[in-house]
Design a protein around this ligand. Sequence first.
Ligand code: FDA
Length: 314
Amino acid sequence: MLQALSKAMFSVLADSVVLKKIASRYGMRRERSFARRFVAGETMEELIAAVRALEAQRLETTLDHLGERVTDREAALSAALDYAEVMKAAAAAGISRNVSVKLTQIGLDIDRATCIDNLRRVLEAAREVGGFVRIDMEDSSYTSDTLDAFETLWKIGYTNMGVVIQSCLRRSPEDVRRMNRLGARIRLVKGAYSEPRDIAYHRKQDVDQAFVALMEVLLTDGHYPAIATHDPAMIDATLAFAAAKHLPRTAFEFQLLYGLRRDLRRQLVAKGCPVRVYVPFGKEWFPYFMRRLGERPANIAFVLKSLGREDPDR
Ligand code: FDA
């Protein structure tokens, strides 16, 4: 209940132009600035350094060039071309070519054709470097369009991509069945957006229960699923189910967000589990950052503390 309220409040604040301006000024400029906890940096160089540090700890990565809700055709095309450049640069640097993309960043709010054309560009670029594209899932107003765009391209042979399903949505069991039938790789998450009660669970215990049920379906009938959570109870349930079914540790992977629960990911690597870290970077970090604050109000104290250490330009 508290978490649902906090998500709702931070999703309103994420649209604030003034707050974004202030945050952009202070959030990233030094190693210890507050947004650096969740975002690897604004440049490709900072991204490469962060990924190399993670890979040295036997962690896989997926790269998110931040951006969303683009309403301008040129900006959507430019975001798709940027992704192609990121993959080329990643291949040249010898780091991960696994990326995560939001469809509203490449034109879903403009029209379906623009979005599909741009997604195709990203998928072609990924093919050239042997990469993989994960389509992030945004709020529920985009769920059907995202899955439809995914299926359209999948059916014409673009199978170097995966999708995300949110356990908070009541529709998700059917979406999981649909994506499993295609043979698609699913990343299971709880869901980061504030959603209406008639289509989504609000109580943590309901979201968690749905997560466990979907995890069991994915580990049984899925295709190299990704269990993306920092919740020890969800991770323990996954390990217990995998053990009961005699699944090898390599039949699925865990995914965690950059900067969160570094202790947990170390423990999982030590157990021999594949672990992938979602590494966001780029200048458009504000909405992503606000979602992370909304998930855990304790993070606000952390931000206020770091602001106390700032030395603002005057
Ligand atoms: P839960 O919220 O119950 O938190 C469990 C524990 O994790 C907390 O007690 C705390 O220790 C830690 N924790 C969680 N969030 C934290 C935070 N912000 N700061 C500090 N500690 C925190 N969502 C979505 O809607 N679409 C998507 O495409 C994705 N993609 C995605 C990729 C990956 C790799 C991950 C890990 C997550 C996503 N998400 C997402 C976000 C997801 O939906 C969810 O909002 C967060 O992962 C938080 O939920 P948990 O499962 O971690 O559990």
